[in-house]
Design a binder for this molecule. Structure first.
Ligand code: ADE
Length: 241
């Protein structure tokens, strides 16, 4: 998979050399390229922004600079991702869809954002454009949001995660529940014991216990996820909880 990130702060993306994403790059699974938007400016000051039409505070990024940059970077079949606090909230479902793209291009805005015609123009040209927020808070720009999305997507690309089974049971997976609590050695720590059932070796009882804890935890922390559950996927014991 190819991933391109365009930003006026390319150094922000240097952490992509590390960890799982870094290893995937070394192994050739991920072709990741970071670009400086200012490389596409033509004036002496390398200007990327201007004042908003209609007035108001802050600066808006110019569509003409973004246009030449994106025309250069976008390949056929690409999805264009514009991180913005005004976007749809990014979820595991978006990550799954994005993991199937041949190329993802992240356009990182700063200031008050990118001139709205940029997203409109590429949508009109037939490109899948995703304006996505990573949560209901405001960051200084799209760089950190891009890092979050790149990590979420990269771990879904086949070959990226050592044990694909670890993707199955995790929170926000198909079950629509948060993950159950997990424990490891030592069995007793700080006067806290691990739940006995986990030592029983009784597979069915362990499964039941884990599902109950997942349901309990989700009800407590994410009632919205419980409300969204498909009742047909629940069994009798779920409903008795
Ligand atoms: N840019 C600034 N805030 C953001 C957010 N919450 N999500 C995505 N991009 C952003």
């Amino acid at each position: 998979m190819r991933v391109d990130v365009v930003s006026i702060f390319p150094d922000y993306l240097s952490v992509l050399d590390l960890s799982l994403v870094g290893k995937a790059r070394q192994r050739g699974l991920l072709d990741l390229r970071v670009h400086d938007l200012r490389d596409w400016t033509t004036d002496r000051h390398r200007t990327v922004d201007d004042t908003p039409f209609g007035g108001g505070a802050g600066m808006v990024m110019r569509p003409d600079v973004w246009g030449v940059a994106l025309d250069d970077v976008l390949e056929p079949g690409a999805q264009l991702v514009v991180p913005t606090p005004s976007g749809e909230v990014f979820t595991q479902r978006h990550a799954e869809e994005m993991a199937t793209a041949e190329q993802l291009v992240f356009a990182c805005g700063r200031y008050e954002g990118i001139d709205a015609r940029v997203a409109e123009h590429y949508r009109d040209a037939g490109v899948t454009v995703r304006e996505l927020s990573i949560g209901d808070y405001v960051l200084n720009g799209g760089e950190v949001a891009s890092l979050v999305m790149i990590e979420a997507v990269a771990r879904l690309v086949p070959g990226m995660v050592g044990n694909p089974e670890s993707l199955v049971e995790e929170s926000h997976g198909a079950a629509g529940l948060l993950e159950y609590p997990v424990y490891t050695k030592p069995p007793s720590w700080a006067d806290l014991e691990i739940p006995e059932v986990l030592l029983s070796g009784h597979h069915a009882r362990i499964e039941r216990w884990r599902r109950d804890r997942a349901l309990e935890r989700t009800a407590e922390r994410r009632p919205d996820m419980i409300a969204a559950l498909d009742v047909a996927t629940l069994d009798k014991q779920d409903l008795a909880l």
